[in-house]
Design a protein around this ligand. Sequence first.
Ligand code: AVJ
Length: 339
Amino acid sequence: MGSTYKILHPTDLEAVDNEKKTFALDVLVGLSETPKRLSSRYFYDERGSQLFEQIMDLPEYYLTKCEFNIFENKQVEIAQLVRGEKFNLVELGAGDGRKTSLLINHFLRNGFRFQYVPIDISESAMKTLTDFLNKSFPELETTGIVAEYFNGLKWLNNITGSRNLVLFLGSNLGNFNKPQSRVFLRNLWNTLNDGDYLLTGFDLKKDIDLMLKAYNDSQGITREFNLNLLRRINTELKGDFDIDKFRHYSGYDVFTGAMESYLVSLENQTVFIKDIGQSFAFQEWEPIHTEYSYKYLESDIRELAEATGFVIEKQLYDSRKWFVDSVWKVQKVNHRDTT
Ligand code: AVJ
């Protein structure tokens, strides 16, 4: 390997700086509250993303299996939405593209005219994805956008007039509570055009033991995934968390309808975080809330669509009906107003 250098522009430096500051501020606020909390958005550093890939391969983590089953069996139903026209297949937070490959393959085999537009904040994830796509589908036209979802979508709408089919897979919406998901979906609605489609995954309410197993796997990968949040604070903010003095706990709250994950302090202890310049006291058995993974009833899904200006077109279930990829159409013209 020869020597190489990279010039960091002021804007790059600012971005790095801002990201770290936001993380530090969120940790300070979250650990100062009672009960303590940390946001699940910070799970996904490089190690966290690798651990999540491993979670998706776990036998207990049924969500990914369900969505694969849907993408294997419902390709024709999805293809009917965009038959005969040029369109953009947009994906928010594309990951490794394994599920989407099934759909891309179907579209290509049937001579559909489209480009694939994955939007992801991580440049390394985008590079891995485009390399994989170039190998698997040399004839596919891909325009990867490294940006925040909404900036990416706005840019896309300015350069093409084609219909968008937006994929938001994996029950990612489940990390948001009701008001947060409404804001997110309404923003999405605002950014899209009349007649665009959104295909989004919802994990349905089901047997509680199945859900508990999915978030408390026998190999302890989910435990590592959760604890990685403390590791990240140690490396990025110079914290001195002793990882062995916390345990992973994940339970189902029947009232909120969410699997909720925690890290529980196993003894009285004080943790110092240098970049925040402060220590935080933990009592024995004191929890930190780290994640909501909401589960849905059919009525929850209908309500969400209605509240945010979408019309439900199709409900695509896996064969066990544990999960649904819900297809929504953007409706910008209110028909009640035009009659
Ligand atoms: C990526 C947010 C859909 O909530 O099921 C997996 C993340 N957390 N195991 C989920 C996760 C614990 C996952 N989502």
